[in-house]
Design a protein around this ligand. Structure first.
Ligand SMILES: *Cc1c(COP(=O)(O)O)cnc(C)c1O
Length: 224
């Protein structure tokens, strides 16, 4: 299979998952995660019709964005963002999925103000409460949301999570449902319209739980 074929398979999976969940396909954005794949692969995916691309590393995001003269590509920052990289990332990112502290939010807001635009962010939540993982703890979410919402030039659009590795006992669906219920408890879909969750192995479970953005790398671009 070439990239276009693999992208078509992913599209069918999303369509089927939406149908099963009684949702419209238009409610779910597919972000193609191109990290550690060359820019040529992004171009191939663009030709296959993809427009939203996700990168984990600030440097890779800025390099690929600089190569691209495609006007309608939307770049998503989905990896941990260091404050000193905000200067490079904020002007080019359509959405930053990994806001998880006030200090990072302040840095994003500062650079957004400097470029005269609003930055759209998602708050990354560590739903599994894993020690080593990025993301704010569910108990800190209310306070963080309130602080981030007070910053000018920063718009909180929703929540994002990377769940722990699923097991039979703790399937991914449990973590996706946890993120959806956190959203319900913190203003619901009106205040937080986006839920970024679900990857190659578990996008169906994420869509069933209400994902509005799925981030898919391997199924589109192949192994990294
Ligand atoms: C790499 C990555 C993905 C894509 O994972 P695949 O399993 O390749 O689909 C999605 N989200 C984040 C945050 C990632 O780091």
């Amino acid at each position: 299979m070439n990239l276009a074929d693999r992208a078509a398979v992913v599209e069918t999976r999303i369509v089927d998952a939406c149908k099963k969940a009684g949702r419209s396909r238009s409610e779910v954005t597919l972000v193609a995660v191109s990290k550690r794949h060359p820019f040529a692969a992004v171009l191939e995916a663009y030709d296959a019709g993809l427009r939203d691309f996700g990168e984990n590393y600030a440097q890779e995001l800025t390099e690929k964005s600089a190569l691209s003269d495609l006007p309608d590509v939307r770049w998503h920052m989905i990896g941990h963002l260091q404050r000193n990289k905000c200067r490079d990332v904020v002007p080019i990112a359509h959405m930053i999925h990994t806001a998880d502290t006030l200090r990072l939010g302040e840095a994003i807001a500062r650079h957004a103000t400097a470029c005269g635009r609003d930055a759209s962010v998602l708050v990354q939540v560590n739903v599994g409460g894993e020690a080593q993982k990025e993301g704010c703890h569910p108990h800190e979410l209310a306070a963080l949301l309130e602080q981030l919402r007070s910053l000018s030039s920063l718009v909180v659009r929703g929540l994002m999570t990377v769940p722990p590795v699923a097991t039979d006992e703790h399937p991914a669906s449990r973590y996706f449902e946890a993120l959806a219920s956190l959203r319900d408890r913190h203003g619901g879909a009106t205040a937080l319209p986006e839920l970024s969750m679900g990857m190659t192995v578990d996008l169906e479970a994420a869509i069933a739980a209400g994902a509005t953005i799925v981030r898919v790398g391997t199924a589109i671009f192949g192994e990294r």
